[in-house]
Design a protein around this ligand. Structure first.
Ligand code: DSN
Length: 427
C-alpha cells in the first residue's frame, strides 16, 4: 500500500506546531514517547467487548492482561477498590456514571458551566441537561470561590439524586467534606469529576475527593499525562441503596452497575491500544519522577499567577491552588477571543474562557484560561514563568501591532528550543 503522505505530512506539521509553541491550554499535556508508542500498536485491531476474564470475543488472553494491569495500577495510584479504564473520554465516563446511577428525569446539581463547570455537569446542550433535570450552583461574585451556602440551599430545596463537583476552569481546591455532609442529609450521591487536577490529587497535593465522593471520574490526558481517555473510580464499592427495578439482584453492587453502564450501556468495543497506553502512563504516575512533576506544576502555576498579578492582570479568586488560572481581561480592555486569536499568531496557545458573571457571549468571552501542565512537562521551572508572562503581556499590550507579534513569535520559538519536545520524532 502506498504511504499516505498527505496525512503524514499533516501529522508532521502538528508535531512542529507543538514543538515550537508555548502550550498553555490547561487541559492539554505532552505524553511520554512510550505512551504514544503503546497507542500505535496492533492492539487497535482487537475487539474485546466485556471485561478481563469475561469477554464476548475469543483471543483476548493478552488484552485481558493489559487491561487488568491498567486497572490494578490505577487502583494503586488512588488507593481505590474499583476502577474502570474503558471510557473513551471524560464525557463518556460521566455519561456512563449517570446512566448507572440515575433514571431519566432525575435531578442533578452541578457547578454552572459559565462559572467554571463542565458541559457534562448538566448543560442544556449536553446529554446531561437533556436526560436529567439539571440545577446549578455558582461561584460568589466578590471572591470567585464556590458558593457552598448556595450549594447547600439548592441541595435542600431541589433534592437532587446526584451532586456533581469538579470543574474545568476553577483554580481553587474543593471542600468535598462539606458537599458530602449536605448530600447525606438529602440521600444524594456525590460524584467528583477530577479531570483537571487529577495528577495533583494523585500525589496528595490537593484535597482528595475519594473519602467523601461516592464516585470519581476523570480524563487521563490532562494532569495525569496519559493518552486521551476517561476513567471511573470508587474508593469503596457499595450496594445501590435506591435499588434498581430493571437489574437482577447480583448486579446491585455499584461496581457491577458501573461496569454495565460503560459496556454495554454507553460503549461498544474498548480501545485496547489506548488502554495499553493508559497502563503505561499509570506506571509512570507511580514513580517519584511524577511526584516531582506534580509538585513543579503547582510551583509553576503559583509563580505564573504572581507574575500576572504584578502586571495588573485580574486573576479570578486572586490566585491558584492547582495547575490553572482564569484571568478577567476587562480591566485591560480586551476580550478573550481577541487575546486567544492574537496569541495564537505568536505561537502562544491558550483558550478564551467565560469569567464568572461574564457580560459577553461564550464565543467572545471576557477571559482567558491559562494552565501550566504542558510547559512543566517541557521542563520549565518557576524562574521561567515571569518570562512567559512577559511574552503574553507584550502581545496583549500591542494587540494590533503585527511587528511586535512577529518579534514575539520568533522569541517563543527560540525559547522553546531550550525545552526540546520529542526530538526523536523529527525526520
Ligand atoms: N475540554 C476540556 C477542557 O478544556 O477543560 C474539558 O472537557
Amino acid at each position: 500500500m502506498q504511504r499516505d503522505t498527505i496525512v503524514f505530512n499533516l501529522i508532521n506539521q502538528e508535531l512542529e506546531r507543538q514543538q515550537h509553541g508555548i502550550e498553555l491550554i490547561a487541559s492539554e499535556n505532552f505524553t511520554s514517547l512510550q505512551v504514544m508508542e503503546a497507542m500505535g500498536t496492533s492492539l487497535t485491531n482487537k475487539y474485546a467487548e466485556g471485561y478481563p476474564g469475561r469477554r464476548y470475543y475469543g483471543g483476548c488472553e493478552i488484552i485481558d492482561q493489559v487491561e487488568q494491569l491498567a486497572i490494578d495500577r490505577l487502583k494503586q495510584i488512588f488507593n481505590c477498590e474499583y476502577a474502570n479504564v474503558q471510557p473513551h473520554s471524560g464525557a463518556q465516563a460521566n455519561a456512563a456514571l449517570m446512566l448507572g446511577v440515575l433514571q431519566p428525569g432525575d435531578k442533578i446539581l452541578g457547578l454552572d458551566l459559565s462559572m467554571g463547570g463542565h458541559l457534562t455537569h448538566g448543560s442544556p446542550v449536553n446529554f446531561s441537561g437533556k436526560l436529567y433535570e439539571a440545577h446549578f450552583y455558582t461561584v460568589k461574585k466578590d471572591t470567585g470561590l464556590i458558593d457552598y451556602d448556595m450549594l447547600e440551599e439548592k441541595a435542600r430545596t431541589v433534592k437532587p439524586k446526584l451532586i456533581i463537583c469538579g470543574a474545568s476552569a476553577y483554580s481553587r481546591d474543593i471542600d468535598y467534606g462539606r458537599i458530602r455532609k449536605v448530600a447525606d442529609e438529602i440521600n444524594a450521591f456525590v460524584m467528583c469529576d477530577m479531570a483537571h487536577p487529577a495528577g495533583l490529587i494523585a500525589k496528595g497535593l490537593l484535597n482528595s475527593p475519594f473519602d467523601d465522593c461516592h464516585f470519581v471520574t476523570s480524563t487521563t490526558h490532562k494532569t495525569l499525562r496519559g493518552p486521551r481517555g476517561g476513567i471511573i473510580l470508587m474508593k469503596k464499592d457499595f450496594e445501590n441503596p435506591f435499588g434498581l427495578k430493571d437489574v437482577k439482584s447480583k448486579t446491585r453492587m455499584m461496581s457491577n452497575i458501573l461496569d454495565m453502564a460503560v459496556f454495554p450501556g454507553t460503549q461498544g468495543g474498548p480501545l485496547e491500544h489506548v488502554i495499553a497506553a493508559k497502563a503505561v502512563s499509570f506506571g509512570e504516575i507511580l514513580t517519584d519522577d511524577f511526584t516531582a512533576y506534580a509538585k513543579q506544576i503547582q510551583k509553576n502555576a503559583q509563580a505564573m499567577a504572581k507574575a500576572f498579578t504584578a502586571k495588573g492582570y485580574n486573576i479570578i479568586s486572586g490566585g491558584t491552588d492547582n495547575h490553572l488560572m482564569l484571568i478577567d481581561l476587562r480591566n485591560k480592555n480586551l476580550t478573550g477571543k481577541k487575546a486567544q486569536e492574537t496569541l495564537d499568531k505568536a505561537h502562544i496557545t491558550l483558550n478564551k474562557n467565560a469569567v464568572p458573571y461574564d457580560d459577553k457571549s461564550p464565543f467572545v468571552t471576557s477571559g482567558i484560561r491559562v494552565g501550566v501542565p504542558a510547559i512543566t512537562t517541557r521542563g520549565m521551572k518557576e524562574e521561567h514563568m515571569p518570562l512567559v508572562v512577559a511574552l503574553i503581556d507584550r502581545v496583549l499590550m500591542n494587540i494590533d501591532d503585527q511587528k511586535t507579534i512577529a518579534a514575539v513569535s520568533h522569541e517563543v520559538k527560540d525559547l522553546m528550543k531550550q525545552f526540546p519536545l520529542y526530538p526523536q520524532l523529527n525526520k
